[in-house]
Each structure stands twice: as C-alpha cells, then as structure tokens.
Design a protein around this ligand. Sequence first.
Ligand code: PGA
Length: 255
Amino acid sequence: MDKKYRNALIAGNWKMNKLASEVPDFVEELASVADLGKGVDSALCVPFPLIPAMKEATDGTWIKVGAQDVSSHDKGAYTGEVSAAMLADLGVDYCIIGHSERRAYHAESDQLVNEKLKALLGAGITPIMCCGESLEQRDAGVTLTFVESQIKGGLAGVSPEEMKKVVIAYEPIWAIGTGRTATAEQAQEVCGYIRKVLAGLYGEELAKGVQILYGGSMNGKNAAELLAQPDIDGGLIGGASLKMEFADIIGAANE
Ligand code: PGA
C-alpha cells in the first residue's frame, strides 16, 4: 500500500456467524491489543441484529462497526429490508455491498449495487463495494474486463466528491472461503488495474486516494505479503475475522 496517499483498512466480514451474546468477549480481547489501532482503519461488519451489541462493545475503542448489506430503498413497504438511514441511526460507519455471495444467492446486479451505494452515500456511510471474477472467468482470461464492468456499473453516476468516500474490495470468488488465496502478484495485478480504471473515471489524483482491499482467504500468515503490494490497501477478511487471528492481520497492516 502507498501510505503517503491512504491508510490501510482491515475490515472483518463475519457473514452469518456468531451471536450478539458473543460480541462483548470477542471485542474485549481484540481491543486489548491497544497498539493495533494506531495507523490502521479497522472495522467489523456484522449481521444486523449484532450491530447494537457491536456498537456498545466497541465504544471508545479503535474498532469501527459495519453492516453487510443495505436496502436500495429509503423507506416504505419493503418487508425484511433495512435502510441506510436505519444503519446510520445505529452509528454504522461502513457497509459491504455487492459481495459475491449476495450476487450469487440473491441475484444482485451491478445496477442494484449502484443503487445501494448511492443510498449509503446519502446516509453518510462508507460503502465497501465488492467485485471479483469466478474461476471460469479467470481461466477464460476475462478477469480484468469483467472486474472493470463491475466497477463501472457499480459506480455509475457517482460524482468525484462521492467517490472519495467509497472503498473497493477485490475478492476473486475462487479464493473466498476456500483457503486458496490469490498470489500477491495476481491480487496486485487486479487491484492495480482497478486503480487505473478509477483514474480513467476520476483522474489520477483521486484514484491515488481510494482504498482498494483484497479479500479471499487472507489470514495471519499471508497478510503481510499481500499488504506489501503497492495497490493493496487492506483486506476484507471472512473466516479469519471470527478468530483472534484478525489481530495478526491488523498487526501486519500496521508494519
Ligand atoms: P474469506 O472471506 O476470508 O473467508 O475467504 C472473505 C469474504 O468473503 O469477504
């Protein structure tokens, strides 16, 4: 990462794991490593019902709170949905959108991701917009063009001022939860390409300031090498964020 232009961000994605009752002990242990918070932005993105417990437990610590999805609608008759205003009201700082699991299991399109991104920006929440190719796409050699189309679709109509508040996460689908991490070179190639696409859309200066994360089986052992790449500014961490290994990854980003 290029520390001159941007901070590291290490965001945990708990997915549909843990209970609210498990939050206080976990946060107490994580926050006790006081040094971790120094030069790194850190967040835990948790299921909606865990957010109040997470806010309470992280109060006064360096850990920020995130959600994993949001409705594209402001309010009204949308049973089961949660609005950006509701998340902001709870004090949520970050929200993941366009995760490949939501794209796959809930048929989320780039257009819907774009609407969710705008809803979050309107509520003052930082979107972490995910993109990434399948193994078939990588094997077919279309990784870069596919990721570019996801980025352009997700950011359609987003102004330069708004773009300054957006985080991008590159997560190759074949690396998520599989233990098969992208090599540092593979991850850097795509993250570097994403920055080029952003430079084309918003200019070099703005693109230099955007935090681009890598996600997909990042852990305490491989984090340092991935984070040493010039265009990888942090991680979106699934499995390893459920354990104290998360502290090791934040530690690696601190170095
Ligand atoms: P993983 O998940 O770290 O368990 O591979 C990453 C993610 O899906 O965000």
